[in-house]
Design a protein around this ligand. Sequence first.
Ligand code: MC0
Length: 147
Amino acid sequence: MDNSDLFICIDHVGLAVPDLDEAIKFHTEVFGWRVLHREVNEEQGVAEAMMGTGAQLPENAQIQLLAPLNENSTIAKFIAKNGPGMQQLCYRVADIDAVSATLRERGVRLLYPEPKTGTGGARINFVHPKDAGGVLLELTQPGNADH
Ligand code: MC0
């Protein structure tokens, strides 16, 4: 991959929340967001909701509410340490294998050797916050179900 764009856009910003239903109530009733999608991802240890607007375009970033499924969840650990709040920034990519290879060539470590399954069947991986300026950076190549 040459030095052209690696990322398509900000796909979503993830917020760690203790309780998904309470967070959805707050974000819909106070901030006027709509629930675009909900799912449970057992492997990631999360129950999640993707929030957007009534006029959501595919390239508009979404807000992802992430609640822990159990106390071993990375979200539970994050909340225990930091309290609720911004947990991750997610960039959308067209080809996660090519982007991962380019980032590895540039010395950036990805958490998983191969992509795992994310929202809507996306292929996902993460850059550790220590390699991304203190931000947990997710990469997502959307599946066909979303976007
Ligand atoms: C940890 N650190 C963070 C951070 N998590 N910094 C910024 N943002 C975060 N979210 C920092 C800590 O402050 C600490 O820095 C150092 O990293 C080690 O932290 P730790 O508390 O010991 O945590 P670890 O190492 O046990 O876990 C961190 C790690 C983990 C990033 C490896 O959270 C992870 O595997 N995340 C990827 C998976 C994930 O987040 N899944 C949930 C979303 P100091 O300076 O104190 O050493 S699932 C999802 O997003 C899917 C559904 C999707 O969108 O498709």
